[in-house]
Design a protein around this ligand. Sequence first.
Ligand code: HEM
Length: 328
Amino acid sequence: MAISSKSRRYPSPFPRALVTLFFAFLLFARAASRVLPEDSTGDQTWNQTTVNQAGNNQTGNQTRINQIGSDQTGNQTAASSRRRLLQSNNWSQPSSGPVDVNRAYKVLAKYVTVDIAGILLRMAFHDAGTYDKSSGTGGANGSLKYELSRALNEPISSHWSVIESIKGGLPNVSYADVIFLAGFYAIHITGGPLVTSVRTGRVDASVADPDNRLPLSSWNADQLTSHFGDAYGFGCQELVALSGAHSIGTSKVTPPLGPMDDTSRVFDVRYYQKLVNGGGSFPSDKALSQSSDTSPYVRTYAGDQDAWWAEFVDALKKIGDLGATYES
Ligand code: HEM
């Protein structure tokens, strides 16, 4: 009662029309920043924090590799054009087109820890690694989400909820982009390069890719080089550079179980040094130092982290292009 008599004597200085206008403006501003609704401030502290989590101070290399590419413009196509594309191709999942990678990484920073970096990087390979050059089918199209029941994806399926959480923070970004951005973010959070020149705008497939297209850990060097050449169009350098992903993570179901190497939380060249000394987790790893086609790269990377990082980043970008359809 006291309040109503007070408000009669001192009418509000904000007339109802002004208040309505203010809220209308807020709604408009929110719609205009539709790409990443969870984007917060423009500061870069997230970057430092995540590098620190890896317990690895590599600022010199970091700076050099950071220059590998410049930021993407985040150019967005009109909603009507997106709808037309999705309808004409019968794709299942809307994509926002190209994404502002720096802003996406801020969302990823909320969900990704060093503990799950390995499995996220592996997801990027398993989404893209179904590509078959001769038929032009499979590839980096987000179809991994339909392939979780496959034997080789067993550890991936039990961590898939992380992708769904990230997707919740990036609702307009396709699964294919989320998976690859998470893969790139995984190498950064474990002390590797921060790569912002990642192409995005991949459109998701609506069905699973054909099965039995991923390489096996029992394979020898000939089988690996044939597969990477025939199916992906890659050479020995890309095979060896990409295999260095086994620098991080843990083997969860494939013997020998446990950390991939003794610095498995750091994206470093310990993996290659182990191979040079006759070690390695799986036969497919050991094979790389036993073949004259691949061993020169193993030796080079064992002593040159900058070279490996640069070639790994190039190869990961290439694998992320396999079979990808981009909305521009
Ligand atoms: C060259 C052929 C490859 C073979 C045969 C292979 C095989 C495997 C196997 C058997 C595991 C252990 C899975 C488990 O039991 O948990 C593994 C783990 C892993 N792979 Fe590969 N892989 C290959 C290439 C790649 C590539 C190209 C990447 C990424 C660019 C990659 C990233 C990873 C990562 C990060 C892990 C650790 C996963 C975790 O922490 O859960 N692999 N790989």
